[in-house]
Design a protein around this ligand. Structure first.
Ligand code: NAP
Length: 557
């Protein structure tokens, strides 16, 4: 046994100081930081390797739509100096290589147990620790339980009648096989037209004999303009990485983007067209930075939406198909997609767009997809139907806090957290990029790093004050939830059916789950809570120490 100071008297010979669930980017960095703190930590990962979302999402065309030089860790300058990104937007294999490089470089694997799913996590009040059960029936204990389970990791498979009778292969984009999949000569059906579908459809169309795209709602997508990275550009980025990172942290989404601080409604029609055209040519999500009111003013938003619709009609030769591909809702409400050749794919003779918005898919038959009296015969089916976002991965684990209350029960009406980091009634239980934090509305990497560093500092604080228990007060949590909802109400993103509000999963409460106040404001709030002595949290020692209760602030929002 090492002479590291244990965090909790209740640590047993089989126990750890902390257990982390998930070995994606959040779990890897959390392990790194807690190890630096001298803690005895174990990571459990259901996959056979590191990488989380990038381990599972291996579908054709998968790549990140945040630029590679920004979608990467910044905690180690040596790491960011030595790693060479090859393209403006990294492919899934390249990002997975990066995750593996990080795991090896920092010698993280020895504390990660792969192929092990955590099935339950229960807080034992008498011993003030968490007991976690693995799928193999093993139990591990630790005073601290940290969920690094990802926001988009629990796949959503709609309950299509007859799906289990389909005789061909069925693939889900979020659980793509590790072996290569070849669609050459095959008739393929893709259900869904979100980011995963929009990336995979152009690639599948090049292989397949025929591709049927089943579209319930068209999504807005802008060209990526992906390109190999110029060596001089890479050298320049590396020379000025610190400035780039620090500038990005001041931006709403934690991404260094070109933002125009002008309202679309105040610009002339000519100025608007010029700005949209320039961003369309530049490529990527900075399209939504064309004007500062696009997500706050419907009239402004409508100008950007109309521009994209005009582009769809320019690219797609058949006006009826162009019209069917043209969304009519607020642009940016569902997450803006970034593509390479998506709209152009519908000019191919071997691609058919099937509109299932008015007449839904009735059933999957042994040989195809049935809509009304029409049956589309296919050999392979691709479900690009997304995820049970933000709460799904947590609910897949039977999580029980004080008094045996389950997280599912507590979040029946939607997730309730304080800062997206903790939830009342579940002491010493942290969620990295949990609901109620900016997470999916930002570049995930800086958001992950910020949460990991906050949790690390918190555990350090507890240890140095001989405190072994932390939990938010219900009052602080209620205020935070109210603030998250209030801010969401001011943003057009909450105005449509999207996975942000749980609309893609039948029965899921309609609550805008991420915090939309922006990365810089959120970080400031987290830091202010700490500066005020963990305001809104109850810090206590299990034995002989009186609880310190730091009241929730009047302005916790
Ligand atoms: P998604 O955006 O939720 O899209 C799912 C698609 O499936 C939607 O078109 C949806 O239609 C359709 N669908 C669901 N149930 C259906 C049903 N019963 N019948 C017909 N269609 C159905 O999922 P995703 O494309 O996997 O993307 C999820 C998120 O992952 C993205 O928004 C993004 O945050 C992330 N992601 C990022 C990247 C990247 O960085 N490039 C790539 C992929 C994913 P409706 O719209 O009508 O619900």
């Amino acid at each position: 046994m090492s002479n590291r100071p244990a965090l909790n008297n209740a640590r047993t010979h089989t126990g750890y100081d902390a257990v982390i669930v998930g070995a994606g980017f959040a779990g890897l960095y959390m392990l790194y930081r807690l190890r630096q703190l001298g803690l005895h930590v174990r990571v459990f990962e259901s996959g056979s390797g590191v990488g989380g979302t990038w381990y599972w999402n291996r579908y054709p065309g998968a790549r990140c739509d945040v630029e590679s030089v920004q979608y990467s860790y910044q905690f180690s300058d040596a790491l960011q100096q030595e790693w060479e990104w090859t393209e403006r937007y990294a492919t899934q294999p390249e990002i997975l290589r990066y995750a593996n490089h990080v795991a090896d470089r920092f010698d993280l694997r020895r504390d990660i147990q792969f192929d092990t799913r955590i099935t339950s996590a229960t807080f034992d009040e008498s011993r003030a620790h968490w007991s976690l059960q693995t799928q193999h029936g093993k139990c591990v204990t630790a005073p601290f339980c940290i969920m690094a389970t990802g926001c988009l990791s629990s796949t959503n498979t709609p309950s299509f009648r007859g799906l289990d009778t389909f005789r061909g292969e069925v693939y889900h984009t979020g659980r793509w096989p590790h072996e290569s999949v070849d669609f050459t000569g095959k008739r393929v059906g893709v259900i869904g037209t979100g980011s995963s579908a929009i990336q995979s459809i152009p690639v599948i169309a090049e292989q397949a004999q025929h591709l049927y795209v089943f579209q319930r709602t068209p999504h807005y997508t802008v060209p990526a303009r992906n390109t190999p990275l110029d060596p001089e550009y890479k050298r320049e980025v590396k020379r000025s990485y610190a400035a780039l990172r620090s500038h990005a942290k001041q931006m709403f989404a934690g991404i260094d983007l070109r933002l125009n601080d002008q309202a679309a409604v105040q610009a002339s029609e000519e100025e608007r067209q010029r700005e949209y055209e320039s961003r369309w040519t530049y490529g990527g999500v900075s399209f939504m930075g064309a004007f500062n009111d696009l997500l706050f003013n419907e009239a402004s938003n409508a100008t950007a939406a109309a521009f994209v619709r005009s582009k769809i009609h320019e690219i797609v030769r058949d006006p009826a198909i162009a019209e069917a591909l043209s969304p009519s809702y607020v642009i940016g409400c569902k997450r803006l997609c970034v593509d390479t050749g998506y709209y152009d794919t519908f000019n191919r003779a071997n691609v058919t767009l099937v509109d299932v918005s008015k007449a839904p898919i009735d059933a999957i038959t042994p040989v195809g997809v049935k809509q009304g009296t029409r049956e589309y015969t296919i050999d392979c089916l691709v479900l690009a139907t997304g995820f049970d976002a933000m709460t799904g991965a947590l609910f897949n684990i039977d999580i029980r806090g004080k008094g045996g209350q389950t997280l599912r029960e507590k979040w029946l009406g939607g997730p309730r957290t304080y800062l997206g980091l903790m939830t009342a009634g579940f002491p010493n239980f942290f969620t990295i990029t949990g609901p109620g934090s900016p997470s999916v509305l930002t570049n995930m990497l800086p958001s992950i790093e910020q949460h990991v560093e906050w949790i690390t500092d918190c555990l350090k604080h507890l240890r140095s004050h001989c405190i072994d228990r932390i939990e938010p007060t219900l009052e602080a949590e209620n205020e935070w939830v109210a603030h998250v909802n209030e801010v969401a109400g001011t943003n057009l993103r909450s105005s449509c059916s999207s996975w942000y509000v749980g609309a893609n999963v039948p029965g899921k409460p309609r609550v805008f789950m991420p915090y939309i106040g922006g990365f810089p404001a959120y970080v400031q709030k987290c830091n202010a809570v700490v500066a005020a002595g963990y305001r809104g949290f109850v810090l206590s020692a299990t034995s002989h120490r009186a609880a310190q209760v730091i009241p929730a602030p009047a302005d916790s929002a």
